[in-house]
Ligand binder design. Sequence first.
Ligand code: CUA
Length: 326
Amino acid sequence: MVAIGIVVAILVTLVAVLIPWLPTSASEEMDRIEFVYWFATVICIAVFALVMAVLVYSVMAFRSPPEDESDGPPIHGNTGLEIAWTVAPAILVIAIGVLSAFVLSKNGEAGPNPLNVKVFAQQFAWRFVYPDDGGIKSGQLVLPVNRSAKFEMESADVIHSFWIPDMGQKQDLVPGIKTTIIVTPNRTGVFSLICTELCGVGHATMRAAVRVVSQEEFATWVKERSEGGGGNPDAAAALFDSAGCGGCHAFEPAGSTGEIGPNLDNLVSAAQKAGQDPADYVREAIVDPGKVVAPGYQDGVMPPSYGETLSAAEIDSLVAFLTGAK
Ligand code: CUA
């Protein structure tokens, strides 16, 4: 019986360890969540191996011969056994519960100096604003490593959900209320923020890049983004990025490679083909994206709200950028 238990335990342990069930952790919160997973998994393996050992052994050792049709011996019960199999699981489940509560509370602590980031979600794009750093805006989530980020989140339309799989934490964005979540990235790299609440036809495309950089690189990025005099190389390119355009569209001058919406490199010739002034053509496509939908692309994926969320000057600047006008 012990041998069966050991073999089963080894087999399930291999299944647990060899298959990469979870992404490699990239945050302190995810490290803690992984610890809970492994804690529960070890308990599960032990219980499963014990049950399987008794079950397989009983089936083999107490099998009745083919001709035996007599009744089994009348057994009323076993008080000691029943107490054991009630108390042991109760202790294990309470242990998992206490550990989970501890991790949940720890994952809700931002520490003394969190980076505040406002997250705005709309069908089907993410935008980020950094109130501590001059209110700079970005369509890409840039975070310094080893510093807690506190996200205050709002949705403009329906329920969305903020989730960076490598960082574990997950939180809904609900219209009308502000929700918060803490993430403390602990390694640099590029990750993916995905919307994990079915929010409409473009739900699957509602993603944003998450770039975790060193503290120095983050300071440089903030400086580049916020500097008006001397440093701002291309405000329109920054706007293209912060409005989330690059998430869906490839456009060489902005260095974006999105494939969800049409490529924007040849807008001028497309406008000429349609017999329209390029500036009018592009403006219409930004403000009223449903009016003309490029063949092969789906209507309703691009947010129809850019006419309201961008200022007239911002739209002018985007139109000029996209048509190559100076
Ligand atoms: Cu937003 Cu799904």
